[in-house]
Design a protein around this ligand. Structure first.
Ligand code: AMP
Length: 522
């Protein structure tokens, strides 16, 4: 799973703190393996995620021609706009699925919602009560942080109403589903049908007793659910293989109908080779996570294609591939590394290195602002596009190709120890400060044209070195200011390390002081 996690260790007790969990994580298995010289022991538990609920209002419509829909709140027509809108997310031959989506609703949005559907042969309507939030002056405040989006959903396949209430009392959760059936009153015209509505409220589960007051007093509070875009398979035309990561092969492809301005654009398509239940869960979680991460120095994620196997993720195509290969290809050993190429490519200049470093730091400032701990920042996980544009492009998926960069512990865990600070190696503690340490190592990689950190040492020697407090040496081409920055990232005490914003500001100033000449890429 790619969740922000933190491990806190005190004496023999370690606490794993998971954040940004969602109801999708319910029943996920968390395992902990401990090993010493006499053996290994594993213990696991299933996550019991208590969560709030959403409301769904559905209707059926066998009407023809397609009816006009209008929502009413307490009998007043709802004016749709940016914060309240009807969304249709699926249209099949005979049904429409959709919802009334409310962004950040307040107590002003509480009330009786009625959906009315009309065509020239008749009309029908159904309603549901929704209570999103207490009036602010009603006493107890809700301790809700962040941005919320709620929806009242509709589908149109049947002719009855289902009202469901899920509630949790003390120990877990209690799900109540009340089904009300409305008689189907379809009146068939000669040429068409009147619309019959199917209203359907559902509340998957919620875990806070506080939230249920009275019989139909609903509090629908759940964090913003990222809307992962679905891309049709026939819109993706594969062109050639780009590489292979832990999840599967990566292809260059053309994707049609993705951008309103262009008929087709080049994309990188990542396939999921293993379609086990867990791998699928990880895939969907990853897609949600990537949908939420949007920044000029984070690779753009366009969406998924899950119509059939293999599952696919679609990303922006970064012409020059991963940064580690790029650095090696533009360093003193480029001819040595290239297969068959005899002409020496242009070496990266110092200012270009600073330009690269500054962009990665900018992406990391953004990730830290999202409380996202990367845990695997390295040049192999960054991508290079045109005009030396660099983006953080991978969230821990390239472990196959660069397997020597990882150290296998226990069964499956692979750790990028050469990029890890002492507290991560010794206690598996990963934080924004441990990402800062890794950023220092990324700077070292950049200024050595992509050398492997501690390339002269074995994994066990690396662990020894880092935990004893040794740090990487200043690369030959590295200015003193930049090495001082690296040393600021490699302070043993996490709180003594430079702050990510400071690092970015320093790099930006250094990069500005030595302008980049971009003609290297031709
Ligand atoms: P990954 O699965 O992310 O480790 O990707 C494996 C390899 O595919 C990388 O080392 C890159 O060379 C290539 N690759 C991945 N994503 C992209 C992309 N968005 N654009 C271009 N090449 C990519």
């Amino acid at each position: 799973m790619c969740l922000p996690t933190q491990i806190e260790t005190s004496g023999q007790i370690s606490v794993l703190r998971l954040s940004n969990l969602s109801s999708l994580d319910h029943n996920s298995k968390i395992s902990c393996t401990a090993e010493n010289i006499v053996g290994e022991k594993e213990s696991s538990l299933l996550l019991d995620i208590l969560c709030t609920f959403s409301i769904a209002l559905s209707y059926t419509f066998p009407g023809n021609p397609e009816p006009q829909l209008q929502w009413f709140l307490d009998d007043k027509a709802v004016t749709e706009g940016l914060f309240i809108m009807t969304m249709i997310h699926d249209i099949t031959e005979r049904e429409y699925h959709g919802c009334l989506q409310l962004d950040s609703p307040t107590h002003l949005n509480n009330g009786r919602y009625k959906l009315s559907a009309k065509n020239k042969f008749g009309s029908d309507e159904r309603e549901v009560k929704a209570h999103f939030m207490r009036k602010p002056w009603d006493g107890e405040e809700l301790n809700v942080v962040g941005f919320f989006r709620k929806s009242i959903c509709f589908v149109m396949p049947q002719v009855y109403v289902v009202v469901g209430i899920a509630a949790v009392a003390f120990t877990g959760f209690l799900l109540m589903l009340v089904i009300l059936k409305f008689g189907g009153n379809s009146k068939f015209g000669i040429k068409g049908k009147t619309p019959d509505l199917f209203l359907h409220w559902w509340f998957p589960s919620f875990g806070d007793g506080r939230l249920l007051k009275g019989t139909l007093l609903f509090l629908s509070v759940f964090p913003l659910l990222p809307v992962v875009q679905h891309i049709k398979r026939h819109n993706i035309v594969l062109k050639r293989e780009l590489g292979e990561g832990a999840f599967g092969k990566v292809f260059l492809a053309e994707c049609y109908n993705l951008s309103p301005d262009q008929e087709k654009i080049l994309v990188a398509v990542k396939t999921l080779k293993e379609a086990s239940e867990n791998a699928r869960k990880d895939f969907h979680r990853e897609a949600e996570l990537l949908t939420n991460l949007q920044h000029e120095h984070i690779v753009t994620f366009y969406g998924v294609c899950v119509e059939s196997d293999p599952l696919i993720m679609v990303f922006e195509y970064m012409k020059h591939g991963d940064l580690n290969k790029f650095l090696r290809a533009h360093g003193p050993d480029a001819v040595l590394m290239s297969e068959g190429q005899t002409t020496r490519p242009v070496e990266l200049t110092q200012s270009q290195m600073l330009h690269i470093a500054q962009q990665i730091a900018s992406g990391m400032v953004y990730l830290a602002s999202q409380h996202f701990v990367h845990r695997d920042l390295a040049t192999r996980n960054c991508l290079v596009g045109e005009n030396l544009l660099v983006k953080i492009g991978d969230f821990g998926m390239s472990r196959d190709v660069y397997s020597t960069d990882y150290y296998r512990v226990g069964g499956h865990t692979m750790l990028p120890i050469r990029w890890m600070p002492p507290e991560s190696i010794m206690y598996r503690k990963f934080t924004t400060e441990s990402d800062v340490w890794s950023l220092g190592v990324v700077l070292w990689e950049i200024f050595t044209y992509g050398k492997q950190p501690w390339y002269q040492l074995s994994n066990n020697e690396v662990i020894e070195c880092i935990t004893q407090g040794r740090v990487l040496q200043r690369p030959r081409t590295c200015p003193k200011e930049v090495y001082d920055l690296m040393l600021g990232c490699w302070q043993r005490e996490p709180h003594m390390r430079l702050n990510i914003k400071e690092i970015h500001a320093l790099l930006l100033n250094l990069a500005k002081a030595s302008p980049v000449y971009l003609d290297i890429l031709g």
